[in-house]
Design a protein around this ligand. Sequence first.
Ligand SMILES: *Cc1c(COP(=O)(O)O)cnc(C)c1O
Ligand SMILES: [Zn+2]
Length: 415
Amino acid sequence: MSFVQGLACRECARTYPAVAAHACEHCFGPLEVAYDRQAQRRQVSRERIESGPHDMFRYADLLPVGADAPVSLGTGMTPLVRADRLAAELGLGELWIKDDTRNPTGSFKDRVVSVALTKARELGFKVAACASTGNLANSVAAHAARAGMRSVVFIPNDLEAAKVLTTAVFGGHLVAVEGNYDDVNRLCAELASERPEWAFVNVNVRPYYSEGSKTLAFEVAEQLGWRLPDHVVVPIASGSQLTKIDKGFRELVELGLVDEPAPGSVRVSGAQAEGCSPVATAFQDGTDFVKPVRPSTIAKSLAIGNPADGWYALEVVRRTGGAIGAVSDDEVIDGIRLLARTEGIFAETAGGVTIATLARLAGSGVVRNDERVVCYVTGNGLKTVEALQERIRPTATIEPTLAAVSAALGEEVLS
Ligand SMILES: *Cc1c(COP(=O)(O)O)cnc(C)c1O
Ligand SMILES: [Zn+2]
């Protein structure tokens, strides 16, 4: 059973059936999934969700897919970790890390891809395709293999070795394009109209794809005992994830699944790398126009110079009283090491961006120590080891003798 009514234009509210389409024929606005809210309000309950599977499909009633036979590798219900040591370092109070490094292919992209491919299969598609900054490629190739679909995945040709290898291993077609993500994306937009028989997860089935990110909000609320956080910090590439986390929290309030937080809504703050910070720049300049940039940063998974949902991300951050920070590549490395050292979680560069931005926003008082804060760590560090390779070494390399141990470690370790 599904509560989906169809698609609706975010700009002019015209409605469409639930087919593979992403833009309004009337005004070219983006299409979004529309649900029968009244039926949801009658039938969806905390108990019904809690008795579902221990993965993201426990929220199938709030997604554009049925609960049976999803294309799934077991994504979701990742740990929400109380981060007291990190909080102490940053002068914060109640701080939580949503550890999405722990999904099947090591990033939050498994959430969006499993919804997109479940819907694509239902619509009869045999081929899954995407334009990717790396993690999406990985996830599409894996889920297509799982679903018995063919995959055709396009990436920029300068990605980290691990992301290339962990995509290619699934046996689909992996095409490296000479150019950056925005070049790849432009190519795929052209290809998508040429090849309507391919399900491009972030083009023609994007309305379904993006809904998967709402589960990042649903899980956090459930894991907090059906309470909302006061403030969340979210990385921004296209901006889709950030807008859908906000939408997820608002749906929970609308459906009466959580109590409304005191000031009215969850504050949402965004994180970007300085080398690709078009949304942060628009926020700081107080403008509505997100001016495209040419990316140059080690945070390759966030390197989208012309973000499709940039404007909507700005709207969410401004409406909820958050902020958007941009951090340098050195701060990204420091962020990765800080999280690893304090909480035992190894994040990729995108996670470094988020932690470093959290540190900045805590320092400037935007994120406050009287708030319940959740920081989304969205990708696994094993995929971006290049970023650290020059900087991290063994403490020592020694002969196998006790004397060598003493000489290498010194008094403070051995006493
Ligand atoms: C893709 C990605 C994001 C951002 O996703 P958008 O929805 O495009 O903003 C964040 N973190 C990681 C690790 C990603 O791969
Ligand atoms: Zn429209």
